[in-house]
Design a protein. Structure first.
Length: 143
């Protein structure tokens, strides 16, 4: 705050009414010191990972022509719980997912790759089918 001095009076502190541009009852205006730039971000739908995993597991099971009962007994998981996992109502732990994948005779990496591909499509991200050159040194056996 500036303190105004007058030769005949003591220093005074400015009041609201003495401020330039003050209007009684008006809200003070905000003037940022820097320009605010808002970027428009393309909104992507919220992806629920457990639903995508469940959809892929159900798709694999149905492609094999197997019932929930068959897969649940082979994976040693209750039929109700497996059903909830397939519908995306329950999160599958890594151990449970491994057990289900083993019962379906499908590598977990294949299931997770399919889930990743589905999420990439939803997000509009392109995933290369080959190993990027940056990772080629890390995994020479993949080439």
């Amino acid at each position: 705050m500036d303190i105004h001095t007058n030769a005949t009076t003591a220093p005074t502190i400015p009041t609201r009414s003495s401020r330039a541009g003050y209007r009684p009852g008006a809200r003070p205006t905000y003037r940022p010191r820097y320009a605010v730039v808002r970027k428009t971000v393309k909104e992507t739908p919220v992806v629920v990972l457990r639903r995508e995993i469940g959809d892929v597991l159900r798709g694999v099971r149905q492609l094999q022509g197997r019932t929930l009962r068959e897969v649940s007994s082979a994976a040693q998981v209750s039929l109700g719980y497996l059903s909830e996992v397939e519908r995306g109502q329950k999160e599958a732990s890594s151990e449970l997912l491994a057990s289900i994948c083993q019962a379906l005779d499908v590598p977990m990496s294949e299931i997770l790759r399919e889930v990743a591909d589905r999420i990439a499509v939803i997000e509009g991200v392109a995933i290369p089918d080959t190993v990027p050159a940056d990772f080629a040194d890390l995994a020479p056996s993949i080439r």
